[in-house]
Design a protein. Structure first.
Length: 190
């Protein structure tokens, strides 16, 4: 029995196959993306000690990774530097010095991100992410670790605030900087 070919039926099968190949490829890409996201979430959770899925996802959505996470931790330093509406040269150096003390150099993603924030004030979403990060740290860090983290960040933030020196060094920290320093302390207080 010979089979007759129907060009329209062949074309229909070809189009149908092409459609399902595209659907399959899209599904595979979605699965790979979810797996990569899940792995990134696990790595971020391991590196930060935070297990709040929403906070971790927020960090990933803002492109924070373990390689540049220190920059997020130091967001308050940029807030202090920007408190008076502009970043002074000495404040910039104090912020970058804080990164340097943690072993980061100019070619690291954290350094580059921090320089960008010193050139252009970080958007509100970054500050919100830091506050969520701080809240999650308060909930997940032990008391001793939290005290050390709070002291470290407060000391670094005060160094930035005092870097510009104020007028004749009489008031090295401006009222606007004092407000930001208090907000940092409050965010890291249980």
């Amino acid at each position: 029995m010979s089979r007759t070919t129907n060009p329209l039926a062949d074309r229909e099968r070809s189009l149908e196959s092409a459609f399902f190949r595209k659907v399959d490829a899209k599904l595979l890409d979605d699965i790979k993306g979810r797996l990569a996201n899940d792995q990134d979430l696990e790595k971020l959770a391991a590196d930060t000690g935070i297990h709040d899925h929403d906070v971790l996802q927020e960090l990933l959505d803002l492109n924070f990774t373990p390689r540049n996470l220190l920059a997020l931790w130091l967001v308050p330093l940029t807030q202090v530097a920007w408190a008076d509406g502009r970043v002074e040269k000495a404040e910039r150096e104090a912020v970058l010095n804080a990164l340097s003390k943690h072993g980061y150099s100019g070619d690291s993603p954290a350094w580059q991100l921090m320089e960008s924030w010193l050139d252009h004030k970080p958007c509100d979403e970054v500050l919100t992410a830091w506050k969520d990060y701080a809240r999650a740290l308060v909930e997940s860090a032990g008391e001793k670790r939290l005290i050390l983290l709070r002291r470290e960040l407060r000391d670094r933030a005060r160094e930035v605030a005092e870097a510009a020196g104020g007028v004749f060094h009489i008031h090295p920290v401006s009222p606007a900087e004092e407000v930001v320093l208090k907000q940092i302390d409050d965010a890291l207080t249980p």
